[in-house]
Every structure is written in C-alpha cells, then in structure tokens.
Design a protein around this ligand. Structure first.
Ligand code: SF4
Length: 384
C-alpha cells in the first residue's frame, strides 16, 4: 500500500481541514443563509401598525400572509426587513459573509417613533444597524412606510436627511403610504391621506429632491404612484425616476409605461383596425390608461377601472384588486375578445390578490386575458 494513502491520524486531520477550506470556498452567503433559513427560521417579533398580513381577509394569495422579517430571507429575496430583532452577532455574521445589499424598512430614524410603528419596544436602533452595515460597504435601499400623523411632517424630513448622510452606501429611499384595507379590525387606527395631506408630503419630498439633485446628483428619495394620485397631482415624467431603480416597489410605474408606450408608438406603423379589447387597472392608473388609448385612432380599445371591493377602495390598495372584482365589474359588458392587465396587478405571475388565476377570470368572462409588462408590450397587445 502506498504510504501516502494510509489513513493515519495526520492524513485524516489534513483531509478534514481541506474539507472545511473546500466548503468555505464554495459556500456563498446565499448557500449559508439558505441552509440557516431551512434549519432555524425566525418568526417576526414585531407588531407593526402597518402590517399587511394582519389586515387581510381569508382567501388571499398564500404568500401575502407570510410575516417575514428574517435577515436571511431579506438578503436572499430582497424584501424590505426591519432589522429590529437582529443581534450584534447577526450583524457580524452578515459582514463576515460579505452580503452585498439589503433593503431596510426604516420608517423613522427616531427610535421612539420607529418602535411605535413596529409595535416593538425593544426594536434595535436602525441608524446603528445602517452604520455597521455601510462600514462593511454593504449597500442599502431604505423604505419609509408613511403613517399619517406618526412619521410624516418634520419627522419625515429628519429621517430622509439622516439616511442621506450615508449616501452612496444608502443608495436611495422610497416613501410610500401604508396599505390600509377595510379589514383592519382591532388594530391601530391609521388615518388615510387626503388631498391636502398628500400634497404636503409631496411638497416636502420635492423640495428635498431638488436639493439632493444639486448636492449629490440624484434625487435620492422617491415616492410611489399612489401618493401622486392621492394628492391629485400628475405623475412626473420618466426622467424624474432616473433609471427606475424602484420600479418593483411601484415607484414610477406610470412614467415607465408612458415612456415606453410613446417610444414604441413612434416606431410602429399602425394597422387599419384593432380587435375590440379592454384594459383593466386600479384607480391610480385609470386616467393614464385613458390617455394612452386616446393616442390611438381606434374606438375599439376601452379601459375600465376595477374598484377593489375585496380589500377596500383606499388608494394604497387600489392596484391590487381581486379577480372576483374584475368578474363582477365586467360580467355582461361588451369588453371585446381580449382583456389586458399589467403584471404589477398580479401575484406569483398569474394570480389576482384573491387567488383567482388569469385563466379562471378569462373563463368566467369568456375572453382571453393577456399580461403586459411595460408600455411597448401594452401597445403591441392593444394593436392585436
Ligand atoms: S415586520 Fe411588521 S409588517 Fe413585517 S411581517 Fe412583521 S409585523 Fe408585519
């Protein structure tokens, strides 16, 4: 037997060491977090006054009920997490593994206000978390879920300015009114934004955007389309959103659709006729759809705003209407052969918020249903 192959104690130790080195080389932070999540998932310990899963009726898409605030999940899937319950060791673990980016639900940089929103008197100081993460060159996107009268006004400005101190590691901030459904029972009474209060928030943000654009070359803070709708103000043009970094959070959806639609319209030669069809949207994007239809020379393309009876008519949930709302609104109407719906109105690819699939809605209404993902796809489908 070759002496090198004798399984003596020294060889065994070397092999073990090699395995550790080997495994540490090939294991990425993704592998480590995926394993940990499987073995020791952590339940959310907050009781946020804006928690969506707490204000949903039965029968929604299953993924919406998940109360997820685990930092491993946040790193892997990009959801905004609070970091309220992480330990000193957790943060060291994140830094050692070299996680590149986090989306953090900040809400307020004032600990008292933040703890009130999170319903968690022990929530960590978020600025300390941000400092430690950015010290390791981890980049951050921050979200401020606006609770009227709680974290807006002077507190909002302070939070944005505090976060801007960490630019460019903190890449930007999104401001969005919290979702308020009609199923909020036994929860903190959240006030809806009316036109005046929504305008006041926008005025504050616009002032800061102008200042930041001069100082650091980016607007840095952006608001969701809902807030413009609530304030009865027009959506900004596409250039306002720079490279649309927060499109997945519904920041700039309207501007992106309009920009792509107008660009595609310049490139295309229009057919004589278009098959009769209907575009559906929530209240926030209803007027935009009408304006796009008016750019075409057909009277066969129509649009309908679907009222969200399932969750309630608040603008913060207007764009996530139920499949049953679609059926109830359109049944018996002349909607043509095709129904068009934006992907951002759907969950898990093909479901409305009540779990009805595109196929089920199509069958019930006796039409085809097609999804569009942006303005050029919308135009293409409109010309069909
Ligand atoms: S962090 Fe807050 S909003 Fe998110 S799941 Fe937990 S309680 Fe709900």
């Amino acid at each position: 037997m070759d002496v090198d192959n004798v399984p003596n104690k020294q060889n065994m130790q070397n092999n073990m060491q090699n395995q550790v080195i080997f495994s540490s080389v090939i294991k990425t932070w993704r592998d480590v977090f995926a394993e940990e999540l499987g073995e020791t998932p952590r339940l959310c310990k907050n009781r946020c006054i804006n928690c969506l899963p707490e204000q949903l009726p039965k029968g929604c898409v299953a993924s919406l009920y998940h109360k997820n605030d685990d930092f491993r999940h946040g790193a892997l899937y990009g959801n905004y997490i609070t970091f309220a319950n992480v330990t000193h060791d957790d943060i060291e673990h994140i830094r050692e593994l070299g996680v590149p980016h986090y989306n953090i639900a900040v809400h307020s940089t004032e600990t008292v206000v933040r703890r009130r929103i999170l319903g968690n008197p022990n929530a960590r100081d978020v600025m300390n978390v941000i400092k430690r993460l950015t010290d390791s060159d981890i980049t951050i996107n921050a979200a401020i879920d606006l609770c009227r009268g709680v974290n807006d006004r002077a507190g909002l400005e302070k939070t944005i300015l505090d976060l801007k101190e960490y630019f460019p590691n903190v890449q930007g901030v999104i401001v969005r009114p919290v979702a308020i459904t009609k199923h909020r029972k036994g929860l903190h009474c959240l006030q809806r934004y009316d036109v005046a209060s929504a305008k006041a928030v926008l005025a504050q943000v616009i002032k800061l955007q102008r200042r930041f654009l001069e100082e650091i070359g980016t607007r840095f803070v952006f608001v969701t389309d809902e807030l413009y709708y609530m304030a009865q103000m027009p959506f900004p043009r596409a250039a306002h959103y720079e490279k649309f970094p927060y499109i997945i959070e519904h920041v700039g959806v309207a501007a992106k659709v309009i920009k792509e639609f107008e660009a595609a319209l310049k490139e295309i030669s229009l057919p004589q006729e278009a098959v009769r069809k209907t575009i559906i949207s929530g209240a926030v994007h209803g007027r935009m759809m009408e304006q796009l239809i008016e750019k075409l020379p057909y009277d066969t393309v129509d649009s309908w705003v679907i009222e969200n009876k399932f969750l309630g008519s608040d603008a913060s949930v207007a764009e996530v209407f139920a499949g049953q709302d679609v059926i109830d609104t359109l049944a018996g109407r002349d909607i043509g052969e095709l129904l068009l719906v934006h992907r951002h109105n759907l969950f898990d690819g093909d479901m409305f918020v009540d779990g009805l699939t595109l196929e089920e809605v199509a069958k019930e209404l006796g039409v085809q249903v097609k999804v569009f993902d942006g303005g050029s796809e919308l135009l293409e489908r409109m010309l069909w």
